[in-house]
Design a protein around this ligand. Structure first.
Ligand SMILES: Nc1ncnc2c1ncn2[C@@H]1O[C@H](COP(=O)(O)OP(=O)(O)OP(=O)(O)O)[C@@H](O)[C@H]1O
Length: 260
């Protein structure tokens, strides 16, 4: 059984069909990339999986659960964590505090037990700390642990966001443009992290990314979208060489355009 199964999903904003009858499966342990020109529908697919939107039609099954039966607040508990295209961290909190906030999506205690700091609450706090320290270790963020986000370079913030998502302990990590705004060197680092996340942690990764070098170097499979429709799905090489994909990126050859 696939870890994630997106079946015939359609999303409309008024008259605009942002995602048009799209289906794909993500297998356990793979890195799966969504690519396509601006406005292709990639972020909308992410937002559907994160339950920010209800699809107009279709089904999304994650780890045997019908995601559409769940509220957005259940997503982390089910095992899905995500990063955002425009980093969403608390500027005036430290790296550690930001990562702990991410962990608290796992909070199961009630206000009363927290007020009295009962043993169950204490145990949960220890587990949160451990998971966060583990993510800090894994992503080599020690040097920034107690620094405020506001003072950190953009590239480090991107890694912190990844760490916050990882600390949740997800089965599926959704990375929204992990290389956007990064230098070539920083993008190379992202490639290493993504590979380690997959190989060492065994976390399945679904990412939206424009940088085709990064996509080709880390992805097992790629799906290309254009105008909300699925154009191609296969290995990075298969998708890059697909005539429909080439056409969507660089436009139809002159003669076809003239004939159209
Ligand atoms: N909340 C919204 N309300 C109205 N239209 C939207 C909304 N979100 C997306 N769209 C439209 O849906 C289409 C797909 O947008 P989407 O952001 O999913 O594309 P994308 O492939 O992620 O693009 P980019 O690479 O530029 O981020 C676009 O035409 C966009 O303008």
């Amino acid at each position: 059984m696939s870890l994630l199964s997106v079946r015939n999903v359609t999303m409309k904003f008024g008259g605009l069909v942002a995602v048009n009858d799209v289906s794909f499966d993500v297998e356990k342990g793979e890195v799966f990339a969504l690519v396509g020109p601006n406005g292709a529908g990639k972020s909308t697919v992410f937002n559907l999986i994160s339950r920010f939107y209800d699809p107009f039609e279709g089904e999304i099954v994650f780890d045997g659960e019908n995601l559409l039966d769940h509220a957005p607040s259940d997503i982390a508990q089910l095992g899905i964590a995500r990063t955002f295209q425009n980093i969403e961290l608390f500027e005036n909190a430290t790296v550690l505090q930001n990562m702990l906030v991410g962990r608290h999506t796992h909070r199961t205690s009630n206000l009363l037990s927290e007020l009295f700091f009962l043993p169950s609450v204490r145990r949960a706090e220890i587990a949160h700390r451990r998971a966060v320290e583990d993510a800090i270790d894994f992503l080599n963020l020690h040097a920034y642990r107690d620094q405020l986000i506001a003072g950190l370079p953009y590239g480090v913030r991107k890694v912190v966001e990844m760490g916050r998502a990882m600390a949740i302990g997800p089965k599926l990590l959704l990375l929204d443009e992990p290389a956007s705004g990064l230098s070539m060197e920083e993008t190379q680092d992202v490639a290493f992290w993504v590979e380690d996340i997959k190989k060492i942690r065994g976390i399945t990764v679904l990412m939206v990314e424009h940088d085709m070098h990064l996509v080709a170097s880390v992805s097992d499979r790629v799906m290309a979208l254009a105008d909300g429709k699925r154009l191609a799905l296969g290995t990075p090489q298969e998708v890059q060489n697909d005539p429909e994909v080439i056409k969507a990126y660089i436009g139809a050859p002159d003669d076809e355009q003239e004939a159209a």
